[in-house]
Ligand binder design. Structure first.
Ligand SMILES: Cc1ncc(COP(=O)(O)O)c(C=O)c1O
Length: 374
């Protein structure tokens, strides 16, 4: 048997929606994007959603909207995808990379407290694999220190914790619709926020700082537009939105399947003594990825064995402070952020997506147990 690392679940509904969008007047940002923004904001219970070309664009524009610049510091966990920290550097500011919880890989609130300084302007918690960070604690901390909270919710569309969803207790939350995400359109993203001012600012920044979008210019007679500030070009377009809209209807059913598969893996791995990140009580994980923690020193041989058994694998993630660029720029040495490093050396991601059959799930679990026992 061969089990791909990922196969998307797009089908006739998405194909038809894209075809419809292609025959309409708008290939760019138009009515489909507006409809998606409305639907996505409603799903999360957050007032405003802005469609963008990626989650990276969302994080970057959020920092830009806050006016974050050279001399400012932004706190970021070291166990994440590089985008979470790169956007800070792209604004000219300094990412302060900190450690994560040993049993989840999620940002450690105690480490945030130690990292706060006079220069801190924002904290970027990452809801790793779909498990939300402790947003209640982070919200209280951010309020008392008057810093912004920008959630990296790339993995977390369906996540909840302690009664909160991403975007409900922060300045803004950024989502990814990259090819392998729980809802996907190849490349795409969104930013959600309760703040009308923040929403206006991000809308301006996503399209060159122009006072009118193409859709606004299209209606009725030609109207002049103005450039109000220096912006970027990160607007979601209607073909992306068309592909995403039907997925908003299947999101809960797909999450159920992810939960079933995860529960099966957890039972089998517990029996075999294989470690994996815990989901905290009071949390609903979006179950974006399933990673196991191999015994120290054995991860790469397990990767090899699993590939020989035709099971698709990946590593999410190696701790980013030890990647060449960050190590050289900031002079990090191994041992600086021990939990992130330990997870980074042990983590191994296995297939988790709604289209997996029961037979495939059983084969993956059996293969992982066999590779672990080698
Ligand atoms: C945790 C995390 N943050 C940010 C991103 C960036 O998302 P995008 O590719 O949509 O820019 C990713 C993408 O994989 C991610 O996993």
């Amino acid at each position: 048997m061969k089990v791909e690392f990922y196969r998307h679940h797009l089908g006739p509904a998405e194909f038809a929606a894209v075809q419809e969008a292609m025959t309409s007047a708008f290939l760019t940002t138009g009515p489909k994007t507006t409809e998606f923004e409305k639907r996505f904001g409603e799903f999360l219970g957050v007032k405003h959603a802005v469609g963008l070309t990626s989650c990276t664009a969302g994080l970057f524009l959020a920092l830009k909207a806050l006016g974050i610049k050279e001399g400012d510091e932004v706190i970021v966990p070291a166990m994440t995808f590089i985008a979470s920290a790169n956007v800070v550097l792209q604004c000219g500011a300094t990412p302060i990379l900190i450690d994560v919880e040993a049993d989840t890989g999620v940002i450690d609130v105690e480490c945030v407290k130690k990292a706060l300084s006079r220069r801190t302007r924002a904290i970027i918690p990452v809801h790793l694999y779909g498990l939300m960070a402790d947003m209640r604690a982070l919200h209280a901390l951010a309020e008392s220190h008057r810093v912004a909270l920008i959630e990296d919710a790339a993995h977390a569309v369906e996540s909840e914790r302690d009664g909160l969803k991403p975007g409900q207790a922060s300045t803004a939350a950024a989502f990814s619709f990259y090819a392998t995400k729980n809802i996907a359109c190849g490349e795409g993203g969104a930013l959600v926020t309760h703040s009308a001012d923040f929403n206006d600012k991000v809308r301006l920044l996503r399209q060159h700082g122009m006072s009118k979008s193409a859709a606004e210019r299209y209606h009725g007679k030609y109207q002049h537009w103005d450039m109000l500030e220096l912006g970027y070009k990160y607007n979601m377009f209607d073909i992306q939105a068309a592909m995403l809209l039907p997925q908003m209807r299947t999101i809960e059913a797909n999450l159920k399947r992810r939960e079933q598969i995860s529960a099966y893996y957890e039972t089998e791995f517990r029996k075999a003594g294989i470690a994996f990140p815990v989901v905290r009580a009071g949390a609903r994980s979006a179950r974006h990825m399933f990673t196991i923690w191999a015994p120290l020193g054995k991860r790469d041989s397990m990767l090899q064995s699993l590939q020989e058994m035709q099971v698709g694998v990946a590593v999410n993630y190696r701790a980013i402070h030890l990647l060449t660029y960050y190590r050289e720029k900031f002079g990090f040495k191994p041992g600086a952020l021990p939990n992130a490093e330990r997870i980074g050396e042990r983590t191994l991601t296995i297939p988790l997506y709604p289209r997996l059959t029961d037979a495939e799930v059983e084969y993956v679990a059996k293969s992982v147990v066999a590779a672990h026992a080698k």
